[in-house]
Design a protein around this ligand. Structure first.
Ligand code: ASP
Length: 347
């Protein structure tokens, strides 16, 4: 009979939702339902799971998540884990989260909580627990399986009998039970020295506000005013979701000038690709080179969610500019295949 002690965190999402007349809405507390699920799991598997339930301060439809919510949840989890007595230490954390922004939260928390070296498994469901044929019980059981020793640490998304690395996963379907996909494999980390040094670097104590980072996805016809507005909204960092190998309509008057000026002022701009596989290579096309000359950094083959989580985490550490840039170009916890950065197919 195996024994472990898990922290089950409920943040909201479809998993516990009910229809109150105007569509699905979150249920504020899910402790009793989770207790039933764990008891059923233990009876079936002949295990004895020691666990504690934690309802996060805000229980939401994950569509309402912000960068601040993700940081707050990470802080809540860290405090709860650190307050456990020595003989009551947790062996893992299971987070129940809405699927819409699950990949964003999982990626951000993968960075924020990497130093804990505990398995952190996220799950959710496409149908609420109370609906006939819901995938919530099976996803929950699979998440418990994932926490039973198959993973030694790191953040994962357990969904439809698949375990996805949190820094490589994206929501794939709004309906299918296979709600998530991670076509890019976890990149092996050769040297964790930089990641460890960053984790040890605490934010300035007087700084409490989450820094302003965001995303702008390029599209045919994008106006320079949109670039300027995005840079104004997110002065600490912007993920530019480019086409293909890292291209954008740089001939549109104003776009390069605005990017260059903001970067000069200290905004970090990172290019990722809108493609589901492959990598950014800013040197492949002249338009990409123009972005690089303006100071845009390559995000390699990072997913949008991982790039945003990594950028938010790094700027929140208030590191000096060269360290932030070097960390962005490094594979800290498996989020970026370094060989992919310079890969040139067919050349
Ligand atoms: N809108 C819901 C949420 O993200 C969808 C889900 O949970 O699957 O909270």
């Amino acid at each position: 009979m195996s024994e472990r002690r898990l922290l089950v965190v409920y943040t909201g999402g479809t998993f516990g939702m009910r229809d109150q007349g105007s569509g699905l809405e979150v249920t504020d507390d899910l402790g009793a339902e989770i207790a039933c699920l764990v008891a059923g799991y233990d009876a079936q598997r002949r295990t004895r799971t020691r666990w504690a339930f934690m309802k996060s301060v805000c229980v939401i439809d994950s569509a309402e998540a912000t960068q601040q919510t993700m940081v707050d949840w990470a802080t809540e989890i860290r405090l709860k884990l650190e307050s456990a007595d020595c003989d009551e230490r947790y062996t893992g954390v299971l987070v129940i989260h809405g699927t819409d922004t699950l990949a964003y939260t999982a990626a951000r928390m993968a960075f924020e909580l990497a130093d804990l070296r505990l398995p952190l498994v996220f799950t959710g469901s496409q149908l609420p627990l109370h609906f006939p044929g819901s995938d919530a019980p099976s996803n929950f059981e699979y998440a418990l399986d994932a926490l039973s020793g198959t993973t030694t640490g790191g953040a994962w998304v357990a969904f439809d009998n698949q375990l996805h690395p949190a820094v490589r996963v994206s929501k794939y379907s709004s309906e299918s039970r296979s709600g998530f996909a991670s076509p890019r494999a976890l990149a092996p980390v050769a040297d964790s020295t930089l990641a460890d040094a960053i984790a040890d670097h605490f934010a300035e104590p007087e700084v409490t506000e989450t820094r302003k980072v965001g995303v702008l996805s390029v599209f045919p016809g994008m106006a320079s005013e949109q670039v300027r507005a995005a840079l104004a909204c997110y002065p600490d960092g912007l993920i530019l979701e480019c086409y293909g190998a890292g291209t954008a309509p740089v001939s549109t008057p104003g776009i390069l000038d605005d990017l260059g000026a903001a970067i000069e002022e200290g905004t970090i701009v990172v290019a990722v690709t809108q493609c589901q596989t492959g990598s950014v290579d800013l040197s492949r096309y002249a338009v990409g080179s123009a972005l690089a000359r303006a100071g845009v950094l390559s995000g390699g083959d990072m997913t949008l969610e991982a790039a945003l989580g990594k950028l938010g985490y790094l700027v929140g550490k208030y590191l000096d500019a060269p360290t932030t840039r070097s960390a962005l170009a490094s594979n800290l916890i498996g989020e970026m295949q370094l060989s992919a950065v310079s890969a040139r197919p067919g050349l």
